[in-house]
Design a protein around this ligand. Structure first.
Ligand SMILES: Nc1ncnc2c1ncn2[C@@H]1O[C@H](COP(=O)(O)OP(=O)(O)OP(=O)(O)O)[C@@H](O)[C@H]1O
Ligand SMILES: [Mg+2]
Length: 263
């Protein structure tokens, strides 16, 4: 993609990546930082050297069309695909670690398709979410999740497969949060859901981000919504970041939205 000539405040580097002025902010404390991240499935290279940051306590949106590499980026963070490059969670290198160790270090992943066990009840799914924990606060945390997602409480003993799509997404998020993660990776939580339910879930995500202090890397095709709840955003095209900037600036700038996000 050719950068738009009208983007006076944007900086374009030699790789064609457009960065808005003042971004990335040097003072930002990174919860997650990926540097030169490559990923491949066998011989098929999918990510070609991504640099991105999720701020401590922040919400970063990773936008892009079908096949851009969004899901692969989340898999790369969890080492579920072959990677090269550096990934840091706080000050700890997590690239190359076993997925289960990355989870233990505080990364919870809600994959596309949600990863819910449909034959199990809501209660059983939630208990699985806390399986790595040995403390006694699980019941208290489960109650707190019911505060965010009261519908799950009503359906505690119901089979997950009989929940609505929105309720299943809520269950997947609640289950991930029972790991008490530092970082939540969300893969297209809006997928297949009605706009009202998506709004509800996104509002809850914002509350959880603020109240639980969990940082979020949000993968979305729905750029308009994702920009409303994120503090920064990156746009992926065929495995490269072609645009990044503070979400508020991107939202305000019609030419950027039109050029890069098509709305
Ligand atoms: N298991 C796999 N083996 C080989 N290639 C794969 C595999 N999974 C994904 N790919 C390829 O990697 C590229 C990126 O896929 P990815 O699923 O990361 O995209 P995405 O941005 O999440 O797309 P979508 O919006 O459709 O979910 C695509 O070209 C896809 O065909
Ligand atoms: Mg995907």
């Amino acid at each position: 993609m050719q950068p738009d000539a009208n983007l006076a405040e944007a900086h374009v580097d030699s790789a064609g990546t457009v960065t808005l002025s003042g971004y990335p902010m040097p003072s930002v404390q990174a919860r997650l930082q990926a540097t030169g991240l490559h990923a491949a499935y066998g011989d098929i290279r999918v990510l070609h050297g991504l640099d991105f940051v999720v701020a401590k306590g922040g919400i970063t949106a990773l936008l892009g069309a079908n096949g851009a590499g969004k899901t692969t980026t989340l898999r790369a963070v969890c080492n579920m695909v072959r990677t090269q490059g550096e990934i840091r969670l706080d000050d700890v290198r997590i690239d190359g670690k076993l997925t289960e160790d990355i989870v233990r270090l505080g990364v919870a992943h809600v994959p596309d398709g949600r990863g819910t066990f449909l034959e199990l009840t809501v209660e059983e799914n939630l208990r699985l979410g806390a399986y790595t924990r040995h403390d006694k606060d699980v019941a208290g945390d489960t109650d707190r999740m019911f505060g965010y997602f009261p519908k799950l409480k009503e359906r505690f003993r119901q089979q997950a497969g009989t929940l609505s799509g929105g309720e299943q997404q809520m269950l997947a998020i609640a289950r991930a949060l029972l790991l008490r993660p530092k970082l939540l990776l969300l893969d297209e939580p809006s997928f297949g859901l009605a706009p009202l339910i998506v709004k509800e879930i996104f509002a809850i995500m914002q509350r959880i981000n603020a109240e639980e202090g969990v940082s979020i890397l949000l993968v979305e095709q729905n750029a308009s919504l994702a920009l409303q709840i994120s503090d920064r955003a990156y746009l992926l095209e065929t495995g490269r970041i072609v645009f990044s900037g503070p979400s508020a600036e991107i939202r305000r700038d019609e030419s950027i939205r039109r050029s890069y996000l098509g709305y």
